[in-house]
Design a protein around this ligand. Structure first.
Ligand SMILES: [Fe+2]
Length: 188
């Protein structure tokens, strides 16, 4: 089973050198999910009570330019509206997620404006843009937890990013971090 993941890392890393890395990596991610791959330790499936979602770093290249994360959402949990500052490919392993895109004006004065949303079921793969104004929100839309794999061109958990804060009605910086150590898993 881990051979499939090793193969994905090799091919995925090579795909980052493509002219459209998000799409090229998404194709490799689709193959990995179709293989039936699962994370080797059940702790990677742990929900994070009190946190928006669990986010486990599975792999980070030495250069920090190829990062694989497994996210786990309880039913109804959601990320908040955020951007990425890097290209990304996202695939659903289990359950169902609603991926909603938002328009944000360059001056970032007004609230994000809803654009569209898509349901992603097991096996579905999509991409996220690297633009400063490419905002989206992910929500678990199934009655069981959703588990998804996320691949980025940067160390996403340590990258300072921006999200919309609905309580303050303003954008704010955030760093998403990783959940590995909270459940006793090493950070690779
Ligand atoms: Fe995201």
């Amino acid at each position: 089973m881990q051979d499939a993941f090793t193969r994905f890392l090799e091919r995925g890393q090579a795909a980052t050198r493509s002219t459209s890395p998000a799409e090229a990596v998404a194709a490799e991610l689709s193959n990995l999910i179709a293989s039936g791959w699962q994370a080797p330790d059940p702790r990677y499936r742990t929900l994070q009570p009190g946190l928006p979602y669990g986010s486990y770093l599975l792999h980070l290249s030495p250069e920090g330019d190829f990062c694989v994360v497994q996210d786990v959402f309880a039913p109804g949990q959601l990320t908040g509206i955020h951007h990425h500052r890097t290209w990304g490919a996202v695939g659903t392993l289990e359950g169902c997620e609603r991926n909603s895109r938002y328009a944000v004006a360059p001056d970032m004065r007004d609230a994000p404006r809803f654009l569209d949303s898509h349901l992603l079921s097991a096996g579905d793969v999509t991409t996220v843009g690297d633009g400063e104004l490419d905002f989206h929100e992910v929500e678990c839309a199934s009655e069981v937890p959703s588990i998804s794999l996320h691949v980025y061109g940067a160390d996403i958990g340590r990258l300072e990013r921006i999200m919309w804060d609905p309580d303050r009605q303003a954008y704010r910086s955030f760093t998403s971090g990783y959940s590995n150590q909270a459940v006793g898993l090493p950070l690779p």
